[in-house]
Design a protein around this ligand. Structure first.
Ligand SMILES: [Zn+2]
Length: 237
């Protein structure tokens, strides 16, 4: 876990005196403005996911994690606005934990953008950045956050997911938006869609969704959707 008394939080990349290796310093911030969601991750101590509403420190943290993200994945740097710039159609999230020396330590950041520019496709939200500091990975933090993201943003498209994201999102309900094959977009949703009606199904138990839609013949649709077995096992553990 990220140490709450990390040597120098202002320096993003530091030489670790013990291992003589380079270390990615987690960001620290004095305060966070936003809507907090406490996450009960057994291996992650007191982690809070904030949907950001502003704050210079917080947006500097998102910017730094965007840099780490682009470095690690060797991809284009996601464009993160400054704290006082307009953020229409953008959603920012920050994972933080309390720190002993300077308020909070940021564990990771995510940015989503509303897309309304794909021909023949209703609006959806695209994940542009999702980065957890290496010390904050494998602790269930992302998995616990996903239901918050999906409830808030409804339809999330994840372009070129990393292996970690693929594993984490395996078996989650999706819908395909758009009728023109060239422009179809696959999005994660809270509920799966019925392949006969195209409507969203209702969840009736943690791993079971059912359509219950009325067909043209007046009969109730019996179509159901079950989360894959491994997802079910993971939830029960
Ligand atoms: Zn149906």
């Amino acid at each position: 876990m990220i140490r709450s008394n990390y040597p120098d939080p202002r320096e993003p990349v530091v030489m670790d005196a013990f291992t003589a290796g380079w270390t990615l310093a987690p960001c620290s911030l004095r305060d966070v403005q936003g809507i907090p969601h406490a996450l009960r991750a057994p291996k992650a101590r007191a982690v809070t996911l904030y949907e950001l509403r502003g704050g210079t420190d917080a947006f500097a943290a998102v910017k730094l994690y965007a840099r780490y993200y682009a470095e690690e994945l060797d991809c284009d740097l996601p464009r993160v606005p400054a704290a006082d710039a307009p953020r229409d159609g953008l959603y920012h999230w920050l994972w933080v934990m309390p720190s002993r020396d300077e308020g909070f330590r940021a564990l990771g950041a995510a940015q989503f953008r509303v897309r309304t520019d794909v021909i023949g496709v209703d609006f959806f939200v695209q994940m542009e950045l999702c980065y957890l500091h290496p010390c904050a990975r494998h602790r269930g933090i992302f998995s616990l956050s996903w239901p918050r993201f999906i409830r808030r943003l409804q339809r999330i498209h994840v372009p070129e997911p990393t292996m970690a994201l693929k594993i984490s999102l395996y078996g989650k309900p999706t819908v395909t938006l758009g009728t023109d094959e060239e422009h179809q977009v696959r999005c994660y949703t809270e509920q799966p869609e019925c392949r006969f009606h195209g409507g969203l199904m209702q969840q009736s138990s943690p791993s079971l969704w059912q359509c219950w839609g009325k067909g043209e013949d007046g009969n109730v649709c019996k179509e159901s959707w079950t989360a894959r077995a491994n997802l079910r096992n993971a939830k029960e553990q």
